[in-house]
Design a protein around this ligand. Sequence first.
Ligand code: AMP
Ligand code: MG
Length: 415
Amino acid sequence: MAQLSTHADGLVLTIEQAAERAAERVAAVAGIETVALAAADGRVLAQDVVAPLDLPPFANSAVDGYAVRFADLAASGETRLPVSGRVPAGTDAAGVTTAGMAVRVFTGAPMPPDADTVFMQEDVKLEAGTVRLPAGLKRGANARAAGEDLPRGQTALAAGRCLRPQDLALLAALGVTEVAVRRRVRVAIFSTGDELSEPGVSLSPAGIYDANRSLLRALVVRAGAEIVDLGILRDEPESLAERLREAAADCDLILTSGGVSAGEEDHVKAAVERAGELAFWRVAIKPGRPVAMGLVAGTPFIGLPGNPVAVFVTFAFLARTVIALLAGTKPAPLLGLPVRLGFPYSKKVGRREYVRVSLVPGPDGVAVARKHPRDGAGALISLTESDGLVELADELTVVAEGTIAPFLAYEMLTG
Ligand code: AMP
Ligand code: MG
């Protein structure tokens, strides 16, 4: 990991150091509630779920075919057995025997108690009440044993798991109807800047519409949290400090955008110092360097930059992690997939840079990343017209076209 470096006016942290320092100041929310399975997608399990039954619950056939006892098969060559009995899915096979016989079974049907092997119907020949079974099948073929996926008593899903659709299916398969989850994290959001107007009102000559709150509202919801939207705050340190204090009393995290640079009109840092304490405010990441973290009356605070692309990137790499920790989980590690750069690039050493790119198929199967022509931190169009970010490591400076680099799809960053 790169060493801490110092900037003219403060410590600059790597993303990992920033995330670590943030994590030290964050604890999972304590509240637990019980929700029905139908409402549990994206929620964080508060307790382990132990399998109350075997999966599958009973030995069953994996195919449509003929169940036999392996011991009844000829040691070499084909076997011919009379067909007796029929077990469709959902019927009890308790009284069915296969001794010296083949029993017609269907996918999901219970295995006759003495059968251990199933021939697929496509592989056999039926002849006048008998079936010709080819050689070569292994004992236990096409049969699923009780508990082979998950035995009763084993942990199916561990506390801290952020539930996905497939987890809900597993819980349903176990007969579970409701789960204990952490309460949702409440995130206060506000924008700062005298230039900002709410979409829908007419713009003043030097005004722009507030884009960041729309971005953050959606990102926060996708991160599984609840929003407390506090609107636009003016560039005025005293009222900013007051609003931060109010938000802290009511929320688990305060997210702001704008006003965290070193400019004399950047008042958010000063307001946090007034209302609480600042842990850091510079991270070696581009876009996004001015990103502040601290505590306001014990409540975590993250001051994102003002430029919307920088908001997106710093949310993805810092705020998401903090929301996950508050929610009692950890976000999945962001493992970029290798792509080939379709452009040369030069960057500063000691800074992680994220380049907005679109992917096109490459001649050798490795996708080629094309850089968006607009790369300013304010150019929202570059986010809407690209597929994801290429990550260029801190130590890189000159990056040649054709270099393999990790790619993070926006879906990974906003999940
Ligand atoms: P700041 O860090 O406050 O100096 O803001 C940096 C840049 O981001 C400036 O061009 C701001 O106008 C712009 N900006 C700040 N907040 C927002 C916002 N909520 N929506 C769109 N642009 C913003
Ligand atoms: Mg500003």
